[in-house]
Design a binder for this molecule. Sequence first.
Ligand code: GLU
Length: 490
Amino acid sequence: MSNKKVRTRFAPSPTGFLHIGSLRTALFAHLLAKEFDGEMILRLEDTDQKRYVEGSEEKLYNTLDRLGFKFDEGPRIGGDYGPYIQSQRKKIYNKYIKRLLDEQKVYHCFCSPERLQKMREKQQAEKLSPRYDRCCRNLSAEEVVKKINSGEKFVVRQKMPLEGEVIVNDELRGEIKFQASELEDHVLIKSDGMPTYQFALIVDDHLMEISHVIRGEEWIPSFPKNILLYKDFGWEPPKFIHIPLTLNKGGGKLSKRQGDVAVEDYLKKGYLVEALINFCALLGWHPKGDNEILTLDDLEKMFKYKNMNTSPAIFDIEKLDYFNGYYIRKMDLDKLVEIINPYLANNIKKTSDKNKQTDEFIRNVVSTEQERLKKLSEIGELTEFFFVDKLNYPKDMLIWKKQKDEDCKKNLEIIKNILEKISENEWTKKSIENIIIKYLKDNDLKVGDYLWPTRVALTGKKQSPGPFEVAFVLGKEESLEKIQDAVDLF
Ligand code: GLU
């Protein structure tokens, strides 16, 4: 490696949301910068006005903040290489395109959209791949001036080699060869004067002294054009790392329609940043050992970009759920209570009981689910029963296996009697459990015959945390009332 400072960049376009694939790109750019004690910059690629969505910059910055990415330079923090928003760099692009025009490495193209459309249709009919036919490539300087002076609209196109091959080098894949015949004289400056991604990218990465470009594999087709532009300018290109595509489990492309791709949606559903980061890191890279639970801190220590894979990564939501559950279980309960609070708002609204709006009650409720939660957003439905006065469930749900109605009723009454004798001071999960289990053991009774009806009476659900825990959280008075409600169903 040369002794140039390592600088990576994350260059999202403000399209209204952060794609989960972009989070992965940002993460790898961050890890690569860390690997070499380098810098990471944020650059907003907003030259495509058609894709622009109002207000999306702020949303993007907020999301990046929530994810905890720290940039060394960027639109909000500035830096020595700004501006970091492409639409504010028009003058710079003009200067550099002028240079290429003067050196005749690029050319003005005056073809109208209608002509291009016809050309494409003809190529399609002839089963040729659609490609600009280079109609304007050989216009004389006089013709060009005349057309510009008469107000004709134009774009600027790159002159691609007409024959031979172009060989480019990807850090993970090695040499990639392209035939000149596959390459198009693509547009560098659009008719509105804005550069295309292909042009702005080169100028910016060069001027911002980016040493490593990490981007998705979908950009490989434009890779030779990028490298040729570096050549046209006489600049040394950065190292390019194309990370593999992320496919869904069926092997198809991840698309907005096939489930969520927006990071914001994942955060809204209650996926933790730790889980998203851990999950994304494994889409294209793997640690040496078997342990896949890795925090950002761990990743920063272990990541070597040369160990990244090139085979497609599979987006397995169950794995993300697994990581999320893991990080929820590991989280300090107070922290969990704090971040899960918004998801409990609807439940809290359902009760007029002031005791159920206290921090202590909420904390106890959350603790009953910490072990089982996969997403924070599940907490609302899972714990609703804690907040309602009268549960609504069919009597049959109380029946354990082939139990007779009268036995179920009798067992509920027995449990109620036992609970009644436990003093308020003794009302803890452990003592409720010890007292009931001792009774069942001493009398040689079957656990399911008693605990299933009790649990359903307290929760109204087939699945829930255990009866001792729920009884503890509900408190003595309400637990007795709920068991009585169950008895009254017979
Ligand atoms: N602005 C591009 C996008 O959002 C980024 C591509 C790159 O990283 O070079 O897709």
